[in-house]
Design a protein around this ligand. Structure first.
Ligand code: CA
Length: 660
C-alpha cells in the first residue's frame, strides 16, 4: 500500500496520469526495434531510452560517483512507443554515472544501470557516461580480422587471463589482465617463450577467452585479495570485466585495454572468440535484466518458480522477442565495437533455435567468417521443449553453428557417467565413438551410430559443425583425469596418453580445441571444478615448458601438420565419405586412410593409426612404401623413414604415414 502511494505521488508529480498497459502474458509485451537503447551522448545532451512495457514509472538518476552517495539529479522518464521510456538531459553529463529505477505493480525495484549499458563504474552498479572516441587504441580503425577461409582451419586455444599469466614464471608485467596478451618477448625463467610469443610459437589460430564481460563474483574494489573466478556469472553483458583492467574504477580502462588486447592479437594473426553466457544471470530478482523488466527475461516453471536449466538458479527466455533481440544486438555490439571474431555460447542448449539462427544471420551480415559454437546441452531440464532448443542433436536445424563433441571427448578419456573407467586411449574400447569423432560427427557408412557413447544421430551436417576436444576449463584437465584413472601410472605413460589423445583431436575432421597449458603438461592439482580455486591451483607454471619441451614440440608439430595438410580439414560430408576409409583392426586400434589427395592435399594417401592398447602391437600396412610423419611419439613433417609390410606400433601411440 505504501509503495502504491509512492508510485501514485510519483506519477502525479510528473503532471500526467500514466496508466501502465496491462498484458495477458510476458509474450504479449510489444517489441521495440529501435537502435537507440540506453544512452546517446553528446556534449550538448544525453538521450536516455529504456524498454520496460509494464512499468508504471521509470526514474533516471544521475550521480557523481560509481557507488554510494545521493543522486545529484533525478528525472521521471516519459512513456513512449512500444513500451519504451525516454528522457533527454540537455547538458553535458560526461564523467557522470546513472541508473534507472522501475516501479511496477506493488514494487519499486532497486536501481539498475540498464541492460544495454556500454560503460560502467567499479563493480558495474551504475553506468558511466564516457566519450567512446577516447576508448580506441591508436590504429584501431585499421584493425582487421586475421584471414580465415574455413572454420575447419581453426585451432582454438581456450584460456583464462589469470591461468595464463599470473604465475611469477610467466615473466609478464600485466598478470591476470587483458594486457597480458599484449606483451611481447616475455620468457620463463628458463628463457622459454611465454604469453603471446608462446601462442605464436605453438601456432594456434584462435584464442577462446573465458568470460570477459562484466561479471559479479569478484569485488573489483578488493583486487589485492587476489580472488579468482571463471566468470560464468554475468552482470553487465556489454561491458568488459573490471578485474581484468589495470584500473577498474576508471570506466575507460577496461574498454581501452580490451580493445588493445584484441588489436594486438589481430596484429599477430590470432582471432579472438568471446565466451558468452546469455543463458543465465548471476542473481535472479536483482539481476539488471529483472530490475529493468521484471520477469520478462526469464523462464518459469508451471508453478511460478524460476526454472533452472543452467543449474545456477535461473535461465533466460531467448524465445521472447526482446530477449532474442538483446542477445543478437549484444553479439553484434561485441563485433562492431570490440572486433570480436567468434562466440562460444555457454549452455547453448538453453537457447531456442530461432535465436541462434538470428545471431548467425546478423553476424553473416557483418562477416560470415565470424564463428559461432556452443555447448549443445543444458545443466538441468528446461520448460521449453527439447525440439525448440539449440541442443546438440538439433544441430542440423541451426546449421552452420557448431557444437562441442562430448562424444569424442568421452570416447578418448572415458564416459563422464562411468566414473574413472577411462576411454580408448587407456585401452577401454570406444573404437566406434573415436571413429565418429574422426569423421567430425557427420554421417559415415563405416560408423555404427548404435555404438556411439552419447549421440544417437550424426548431428553435424558438415564437419565444421563439430568442435573436437579432450578437455577444457570444465572438469578435470587432461593430466588430472588420467591420474584419476591410472593412479599408479608413470609420467612417461601420461605423456604418451597426452600425445595420443591430442593427435586424435588435431587430426580429426571438424574443429580442434585445446585447453591452455596442456601443451606443457599443466595440471590443476586434481581440483576439477576449479571455478573459484586459488591461483595456486589454476595457474600455468611456465617452468614446465622447458621441462616438457618434447611435449610442447609435439603439439606445435601436430598443429603444423594439420595446417599444412588440408586432408585433415575437409569441409563437406561428401568429401569425407568419398575420401576417408576406416580399416578393419583389432580391439583398441582405430586406423583409416585419407585418399585421393583429399581436399587438395599434396599427399595422395595418408594412413593414420591409433593404438589405444597399453602394449606394443604389430600392424600390417596396406601395399607399397609409406613415408613416416608421426612415429614413436615424434612428428617430423619432412620425415624420410620408409615403412612397408609390417610395423610395430608402440603402446599408447599414433602413427601417421603417407604415400604418393
Ligand atoms: Ca565485475
Amino acid at each position: 500500500m505504501k509503495n502504491l502511494l509512492i508510485i501514485f505521488l510519483a506519477i502525479t508529480m510528473i503532471g500526467c496520469t500514466y496508466k501502465p498497459k496491462s498484458y495477458a502474458s510476458l509474450e504479449d509485451y510489444p517489441e521495440y526495434r529501435g537502435t537507440d537503447m540506453e544512452l546517446a551522448y553528446s556534449p550538448e545532451k544525453s538521450d536516455f531510452c529504456v524498454w520496460s512495457p509494464a512499468a508504471q514509472a521509470v526514474t533516471l538518476k544521475i550521480y557523481d560517483v560509481a557507488n554510494g552517495g545521493e543522486p545529484i539529479e533525478q528525472y521521471k522518464m516519459k512513456p513512449a512507443e512500444y513500451g519504451v521510456w525516454r528522457f533527454s538531459v540537455k547538458k553535458d553529463l560526461l564523467g557522470k554515472f546513472y541508473t534507472f529505477q522501475v516501479a511496477q505493480g506493488d514494487s519499486v525495484y532497486a536501481e539498475t544501470p540498464g541492460i544495454w549499458a556500454n560503460a560502467v563504474g567499479i563493480n558495474g552498479n551504475r553506468a558511466a557516461v564516457i566519450d567512446f572516441a577516447k576508448t580506441n587504441p591508436d590504429g584501431w580503425k585499421n584493425d582487421v580480422r586475421p584471414k580465415m577461409e574455413h572454420f575447419t582451419d581453426a585451432v582454438i586455444y581456450e584460456l583464462h587471463y589469470r591461468d595464463f599469466s599470473i604465475s611469477e614464471t610467466s615473466g609478464e608485467q600485466n598478470k591476470g589482465k587483458f594486457l597480458c596478451l599484449t606483451e611481447n618477448g616475455t620468457v620463463s625463467p628458463d628463457g622459454e617463450k611465454t604469453g603471446l610469443a608462446h601462442l605464436k610459437e605453438l601456432g594456434i589460430t584462435h584464442i577462446q577467452i573465458l568470460p570477459s564481460y562484466d561479471y559479479g563474483s569478484i569485488d573489483e574494489a578488493k583486487l589485492d585479495e587476489n580472488v579468482y573466478n571463471w566468470g560464468y556469472d554475468p552482470k553487465n553483458y556489454n561491458v568488459p570485466e573490471g578485474s581484468y583492467a589495470t584500473d577498474p574504477a576508471n570506466p575507460y580502462s577496461r574498454i581501452f585495454e580490451f580493445k588493445k588486447m584484441v588489436q594486438t592479437l589481430h596484429q599477430n594473426g590470432i582471432r579472438v572468440i568471446l565466451d558468452v553466457v546469455y543463458n543465465h544471470t548471476f542473481v535472479n530478482e536483482n539481476s539488471h535484466l529483472n530490475l529493468l523488466v521484471p520477469k520478462y527475461f526469464y523462464r518459469f516453471n508451471a508453478d511460478g518458480t524460476w526454472s533452472n536449466a543452467s543449474g545456477c538458479g535461473n535461465e533466460t527466455a531467448s524465445e521472447r522477442a526482446m530477449v532474442r533481440r538483446f542477445i543478437v544486438e549484444s553479439a553484434k555490439y561485441w563485433v562492431n565495437e570490440y572486433h570480436i571474431d567468434g562466440f562460444r555460447f555457454d549452455l547453448m542448449g538453453i537457447h531456442d533455435i530461432e535465436t541462434m539462427k538470428a545471431v548467425r544471420a546478423a553476424l553473416d551480415d557483418i562477416d560470415p567468417t565470424i564463428s559461432i559454437h556452443g555447448e549443445g546441452w543444458t545443466a538441468a531440464g528446461s520448460p521449453l521443449p527439447d525440439e525448440q532448443r539449440a541442443l546438440k542433436q538439433n544441430a542440423p536445424k541451426f546449421y552452420p553453428t557448431a557444437v562441442f563433441s562430448d562424444d569424442i571427448r568421452d570416447a578418448l578419456r572415458g564416459n563422464w557417467t562411468e566414473g574413472n573407467k577411462g576411454g580408448f586411449i587407456v585401452g577401454n574400447g570406444y573404437e566406434e565413438s573415436v571413429k565418429f569423432g574422426i569423421v567430425g560427427a557427420t554421417a559415415h557408412p563405416q560408423v555404427d551410430m548404435a555404438k556411439i557413447c552419447h549421440a544417437n544421430s550424426a548431428y553435424a551436417a558438415a564437419p565444421f559443425q563439430t568442435i573436437n576436444y579432450v578437455s577444457c576449463h570444465d572438469d578435470p584437465c587432461f593430466t588430472d583425469k588420467m591420474r584419476a584413472i591410472l593412479p599408479q601410472t608413470s609420467e612417461n605413460e601420461l605423456l604418451a596418453l597426452d600425445k595420443l589423445a591430442q593427435t586424435i583431436v588435431l587430426t580429426s575432421q571438424g574443429v580442434p580445441f585445446i585447453f591452455a597449458g596442456e601443451e606443457i603438461f599443466r595440471n590443476k592439482k586434481m581440483v576439477h571444478n576449479s571455478y573459484n580455486s586459488p591461483d595456486s591451483i589454476n595457474q600455468i607454471d611456465w617452468t614446465y615448458k622447458a621441462k616438457y619441451r618434447d611435449l610442447f614440440d609435439y603439439y606445435r608439430d601436430l598443429i603444423a601438420l594439420r595446417k599444412a595438410h588440408p586432408a585433415f580439414r575437409m569441409n563437406t560430408v561428401k568429401d569425407i565419405q568419398d575420401n576417408l576409409k576406416f580399416i578393419d583392426t583389432e580391439a583398441n586400434i582405430v586406423a583409416y586412410t585419407l585418399n585421393n589427395h583429399a581436399n587438395g592435399d599434396m599427399w595422395k594417401t595418408i594412413l593414420v593409426i591409433f593404438n589405444g592398447n597399453r602394449a606394443e602391437v604389430d600392424f600390417t600396412l596396406p601395399a607399397g612404401d609409406w613415408t613416416s610423419v608421426c612415429f614413436g611419439g615424434k612428428i617430423d613433417l619432412q620425415g624420410k623413414d620408409i615403412f612397408k609390410d609390417k610395423i610395430k606400433i608402440s603402446a599408447t601411440s599414433a602413427v601417421i604415414v603417407w604415400q604418393n
